[in-house]
Design a protein around this ligand. Structure first.
Ligand code: ZN
Length: 121
């Protein structure tokens, strides 16, 4: 379905997949930090100890909170909240507001999200 505008989505321009994009979840990578300052992550069944955070797939900046996004052609990538905001300003308000609600569960929302709204402890 075509949107109301014909502007190419900023994520699509960056080669991250095809619009429309949907929020697949928000992950606070710093939430599981242990006493050693590292987080345990399960990678293919193996637990690895790593520094929290990573790089945004859109701008390359270091991010701690991953906003996982899925494209309509099945790609999954992570971007920082500021890049979700960027997409929102560029026209994708739905994605931006979904990410905002996921990060701030206190914000009243009209619709429920299929993603995590509380941080794991
Ligand atoms: Zn970014």
């Amino acid at each position: 379905m075509a949107g109301t505008d014909t502007v190419t989505h900023v994520f699509e321009q960056a080669g991250l997949g095809r619009a429309p994009f949907r929020l697949a979840g928000v992950e606070d990578t710093a939430a599981g930090v242990g006493e050693d300052g590292l987080v345990r992550r399960d990678v293919g069944g193996v637990t690895v100890h790593a520094k929290p955070g990573g790089s945004c797939d859109f701008c390359g900046n270091y991010i701690k909170v991953f906003c996982w996004v899925r494209s309509s052609d099945g790609r999954r990538f992570k971007v920082g909240s500021s890049c979700v905001d960027k997409a929102g300003k560029a026209g994708d308000r739905r994605l931006a507001s979904a990410a905002k609600r996921a990060r701030n569960p206190g914000i009243p929302s009209g619709s429920s999200l299929g993603c995590q709204t509380t941080w794991p402890r």
